[in-house]
Design a protein around this ligand. Sequence first.
Ligand SMILES: C[S@@+](CC[C@H](N)C(=O)[O-])C[C@H]1O[C@@H](n2cnc3c(N)ncnc32)[C@H](O)[C@@H]1O
Length: 204
Amino acid sequence: MSYHRRVDILNRMLPWDGWGGRIMATVMASGNADMEVAAVELVDPQPDSSVVMIGCGPGVGVVAAARRVSNGMVIGLDPSAVMVERSRTRCRRARVEHLTRVERAAAESLPLPDGSQDAVVSVNNIQLWNDRSVGLNECARVLAPQGVVVVLLHTWAIPDAVPNDEWVGQLCADLSARDIRMEPTQTRRFRSGPAVVLLGRSAR
Ligand SMILES: C[S@@+](CC[C@H](N)C(=O)[O-])C[C@H]1O[C@@H](n2cnc3c(N)ncnc32)[C@H](O)[C@@H]1O
């Protein structure tokens, strides 16, 4: 079986809900924390920013972003009930509840008005979206003029039987086709391994 096929199967089999989801949430809260924080640093939220974290998992990035807004709003979205509960608990413990909203939702159907978000962030989940094209349409729809899109993804989690460069190039092309001007792709090393780091800005 090819490497990409194994990654594809792993992406489909990893549990995000139930007991498996609880274990994954605990692992990700420490293992992926540096990636979530790096994504927030790239966004550089201003005090009044609106930021949506898609596939927020246990909510490390939601709290990190909320600490940088004083009268803005950070929205954490995840289809998993376990992740939503963990994110809400994390926000409560960090005393940033009033600056956050966490809901069950998938990238393919964002419960947000058009042009409402200064930043759209996805860390380690774009490979899991059921329909990437619909998800990217949603990202572009909710993004405010001049808003930023930040996508981080472990290089080892890139699925599909194409070379990683090709997969990332296609993703950048798909974002550009939605009026998002992409900066050169970077690969950065994090605690859990290397990841591609994409930053784009709405050209509208
Ligand atoms: C690998 S975890 C990453 C969580 C967190 N961003 C991190 O890096 O620690 C993937 C997350 O994506 C969520 N997810 C799965 N399908 C999704 C979809 N279609 N849209 C948004 N999030 C999704 C899962 O529930 C899970 O919480």
